[in-house]
Design a protein around this ligand. Structure first.
Ligand code: NAI
Length: 356
């Protein structure tokens, strides 16, 4: 099957296949859409079983980035890159440099950042051969760890969902089950505890659970029990595809609002949640804090501007929920529709890219 006939091909503008034998580099860079600005999205380094699986990932993820940036009102398009190799054994300076040269060759049409398999230490190495790289600590620029801003955005989005579905602005006594206590989940717990929410938590790392029990007076449950816990809100902040036939059947919460990427195993699970009366905050809208931070570094925005944009996530979700009610459709369908409308209209003002 050719690329153009692949089910996940969605009028992608440009796909670059990179092979550098000497450096051991095999990579695919996908630019989905640049109507709103240069394509931006992370580099994922994974030992894919074959190049079709890798290409499918690049096609899907780059489209997801177009939608995510559009919903965060960023002057960025969507792109994503995959390096086909095991980061534990194959990551060398030569490979990262060769990859940087490939990114540079696109002349700024794609700006890369971190994703699965890449670490903060890899980014300065890539930056030696390309200036089109962002989302890591750079002297004199905003940036660094995006976890806290992602958590802040999830907190704002969660409040909007609670307001819409549970009709209250007060989180005091609202029971929230947080799955995953990493950079995003743990910081989210901090905001929730401060607002008076009652926390149920779970993580496969017992040390994180113990910390949350001590710091937030959280109640711990086993990882297999968190999604079906007795609570008002479930906040998936660990893995993708957690909302599936089996887990939705056990849900007792009325709201799903969490930071994890790709929470719905399939789009139809958005319909199942709606039919069950559960309000789902579309993942790529509520977790937009990370890409907003990356954009802030690219366009040299002040910390206060970045924060204001993250706080606006609550308002964006409110608009999605209201339109979803009006049109009788699940919020994930409405979010996709709004993203496509914004991309087609090209309404977000372009700004000059600092790294170009
Ligand atoms: P992280 O790696 O810091 O934390 C993930 C946590 O989930 C870890 O503590 C891990 O032990 C735990 N976990 C793994 N499997 C679990 C299971 N079955 N049950 C319960 N806990 C489990 O990752 P981070 O940065 O907190 O990200 C969390 C999610 O949010 C991921 O899906 C990520 O893709 C997404 N995200 C993160 C952003 C960021 O800025 N860090 C931005 C946008 C999305």
């Amino acid at each position: 099957m050719s690329v153009f006939e692949m089910p996940d091909f969605d009028a992608h503008e440009e796909i670059l296949f990179v092979r550098d034998e000497k450096a051991g580099l095999k990579a695919i860079i996908a630019v989905h859409n640049s109507n709103l600005g240069p394509a931006c999205g992370g580099t994922r380094m994974v030992p894919y079983s074959n190049s079709s699986v890798a290409l499918t990932d690049a096609l899907r993820l780059s489209r997801g980035m177009t939608y995510k940036s559009a919903m965060a009102r960023l002057p960025l398009g969507g792109g994503k890159a995959v390096i086909i190799a095991d980061p534990a054994t194959a990551k060398t300076e030569a490979l990262l440099s060769a990859y940087g040269r490939a990114v540079e060759g696109l002349g700024g049409r794609y700006i890369t950042a971190m994703d699965v398999g890449m670490t903060p230490a890899d980014m300065p190495v890539i930056a030696r051969t390309t200036k089109y790289v962002a989302g890591y600590t750079q002297a004199g620029k905003t940036g660094g760890d995006s976890g806290p801003l992602t958590a802040l955005g999830v907190f704002e989005g969660l409040k909007a969902a609670v307001r819409h579905r549970l009709h209250t602005d007060d989180l005091k006594g609202v029971r929230v089950a947080v799955q995953g206590l990493g950079a995003v989940g743990y910081d989210l717990c901090r905001h929730l505890a401060k607002a008076g929410a009652r926390l149920v938590v779970s993580d496969v790392a017992s040390a994180r659970v113990k910390l949350a029990e001590e710091e937030f007076d959280a109640r711990a449950v086993a990882p297999t029990e968190i999604l079906g816990a007795e609570c008002d809100v479930v906040s998936p902040c660990a893995l993708g595809a957690t909302l599936n036939d089996a887990s939705i059947a056990t849900l007792r919460a009325k709201v799903i609002a969490g930071g994890a990427n790709n929470q719905l195993a399939e789009d139809r699970h958005g319909v199942m949640l709606k039919e069950k009366g559960v309000l789902y905050a579309p993942d790529y809208v509520i977790n937009g804090g990370g890409i907003i931070r990356v954009a802030g570094q690219i366009f040299a925005w002040s910390d206060s501007e970045i924060e204001a944009r993250v706080l606006a996530i609550g308002q964006t979700l409110m608009e999605i929920f209201v339109r979803a009610d009006r049109e009788g459709l699940p919020p994930n369908v409405i979010a996709d529709a709004i993203a496509r409308e914004r991309v087609a209209a090209g309404v977000i003002p372009r700004e000059s890219c600092e790294c170009s």
